[in-house]
Design a protein around this ligand. Structure first.
Ligand SMILES: Cc1cc2nc3c(=O)[nH]c(=O)nc-3n(C[C@H](O)[C@H](O)[C@H](O)COP(=O)(O)O)c2cc1C
Length: 150
């Protein structure tokens, strides 16, 4: 069975809640999952992951959360070959900012550049909307699960 790694970057906890929801949905379908905050992920471990789900909010002027920035910096410095890695992307942001959901786009671009393949669409939660992030996560994960190997 494929192991799904759910990797999140957060400052105030919303991305962690979304990560927990995604994990619950995958587990409900019998997938084995590993959850980690991006602070605890080594870039060198990424190439061995078959499926990685990235969940990240955006801060500052379109930057990754402070806790996730070192991972991104290491990714760009080490530039591992990610051919064979499949990833999904869920961003959290707020459309009052011009740099709406920039961080997940930054991560997504880097992963694609290094050879990883994206599965499904990039979710972009908007904190200014009336939809709770967990509701969007549930719908997005349902779609994602239809694209997963059994
Ligand atoms: C100081 C601050 C800066 C932010 N900057 C951005 C931004 O540049 N772009 C964006 O889309 N959202 C921005 N946001 C919104 C957050 O990404 C959003 O509230 C998100 O749900 C937070 O998720 P988290 O709890 O996982 O960190 C910012 C929020 C704060 C408090």
């Amino acid at each position: 069975m494929t192991v799904v790694h759910v990797l999140y970057g957060t400052e105030s906890g919303n991305a962690e809640m979304v990560a927990d929801d995604i994990v619950a949905a995958f587990r409900g379908q019998g997938f084995e999952t590993v959850t980690a905050e991006l602070t605890d992920v080594e870039v060198s471990d990424l190439a061995a992951m078959e499926i990685a789900v990235f969940v990240s909010s955006t801060y500052g002027e379109g930057e990754l959360p402070e806790t996730a920035a070192p991972f991104y910096d290491a990714l760009m410095a080490e530039r591992p070959d990610l051919t064979g890695v499949r990833f999904a992307a869920f961003g959290l942001g707020d459309s009052i900012y011009e740099t709406f959901n920039n961080a997940i786009e930054t991560l997504r671009r880097a992963l694609l550049e290094l050879g990883a393949e994206q599965i499904g669409t990039t979710a972009k939660h908007d904190a200014a909307s009336t939809t709770p992030a967990t509701e969007l996560a549930d719908a997005w994960t349902r779609d994602l699960l239809t694209l997963m190997p059994a």
